[in-house]
Design a protein around this ligand. Structure first.
Ligand code: KG4
Ligand code: ZN
Length: 349
């Protein structure tokens, strides 16, 4: 069985072909970074227009590289949300058209779940219960998975996502877009001990994050020290900011792991490409006696292979919906990110 997966939730036009044994036959990602770079962030209208221009070529390329023709595709899969509505609709409409024409099922996929599934593409051996930290430009959440495909949200950001904070500080300092990889590169030469960041804490002891507070602290340090992109202290400042972001992420993951005692810890999402985060995540997981799973960098940022992987998992579990034409896009909150009321209560220890 072959699956053609499409992902257009933000600023990457992506298509992938997978076999049902999870072999990735092709995984094409066309980045729009150079279109959005002059604005220091994604411009939604430009993103959806560019998806429209590229989707046909990207899908063709994924089929060519996989050496599979459209009539050899047994199932189509597409990201339904969350993401930019105009961008999502390009992929969704394109996928609906294909599924309708070829009379094949279309499986709607949640972007956040797909990021988590990217870890399973390379590691079938992940043991349950598992904890997953998804950290990207749009999301920063911790999920508990007691078994495959059973996601329980136990913490999320109350304001900015971690990647968003990195991108915004890079934009403020005029360093370029996307900010995360640029900060990583510049921070490599820096000494994080030269600037002090105290981490914001939730007063209710929940596992939620707040990156807006960290961003405000960074802006205050920039102003107080008159830092600019040409300053000698820039690398030190960026190293300190990057490591504060990493500490904020790991602090909650460690607390969640102490509480729930999972067998595996998963790190995923675009910011999971970050070297400091990967190293620290692995180290702290090992010290806690657990096993960590981090997808290889190209599977961390948005791609369609992760969408295909989740479609296959859903098909195998009998969870997949096969109603192509009434699938709808959802822009903001994933149904997954609505915290059940009992998780909002302060944790008892
Ligand atoms: O998962 P993704 O491609 O898109 C969303 O779903 O948001 O993540 C994009 C985010 C951006 O904020 C970008 O700055 C960040 O991932 N990112 C990184 C690195 N590479 C990408 N952040 C830190 N270090 C990196 N190496
Ligand atoms: Zn993403």
């Amino acid at each position: 069985m072959n699956v053609l997966a499409i992902e257009t939730s933000c600023d990457e036009t992506a298509a992938a072909v997978l076999r049902d044994d999870l072999t990735v036959l092709s995984n094409i990602v066309l980045s729009q970074d150079e279109i959005h770079a002059p604005y220091g962030g994604v411009v939604p209208e430009l993103a959806s227009r560019r998806h429209l221009q590229s989707i046909d070529l990207v899908v063709r390329e994924s089929l060519d590289r996989a050496n599979v023709s459209l009539d050899e595709i047994d199932n189509f899969a597409v990201t339904q949300g969350p993401g930019l509505i105009g961008s999502l609709l390009v992929g969704l409409s394109f996928a609906k058209g294909l599924a309708y024409f070829f009379r094949r099922p279309l499986i709607g996929i949640d972007h956040v779940q797909a990021h988590i599934e990217s870890a399973f593409l390379e590691h079938r051996e992940i043991a349950f219960p598992a904890l997953a930290l998804i950290v990207s430009g749009g999301h920063t959440s911790i999920f508990s998975l007691k078994k495959p495909l059973a996601y329980d949200l136990i913490g999320r950001t109350r304001d900015d996502a971690a990647g968003e904070a990195l991108d915004k500080i890079a934009k403020f300092l005029d360093l370029g877009y996307p900010g995360g990889p640029i900060i990583q590169q510049l921070a490599e030469r820096g000494d994080p001990a030269r600037f002090e960041f105290s981490l914001p804490r939730m007063t209710d002891r929940s596992l939620d994050f707040s990156f807006s507070g960290l961003k405000t602290a960074a802006l205050r340090i920039i102003r107080e020290n008159g830092l600019t992109k040409t300053d000698d202290r820039l690398a030190d400042f960026l190293a300190a900011f990057e490591s504060a972001v990493v500490r904020a992420l790991l602090e909650n993951v460690v607390r969640a792991a102490e509480r729930l005692k999972p067998r595996s810890l998963i790190l995923c999402g675009g910011v999971a490409r970050n070297r400091r985060l990967r190293t620290e995540f692995e180290k702290q997981t090992r010290e806690a006696g657990m096993t960590s799973f981090i997808p290889s960098p190209k599977l961390c940022t948005d791609n369609a292979a992760m969408v295909g992987a989740l479609a296959i998992a859903k098909l195998k579990s009998g969870q997949a919906l096969e109603s192509p034409l009434d699938l709808d896009a959802y822009p903001r909150q994933s149904p997954l990110e609505i915290i059940p009321p009992d998780h909002r209560r302060p944790a008892k220890r």
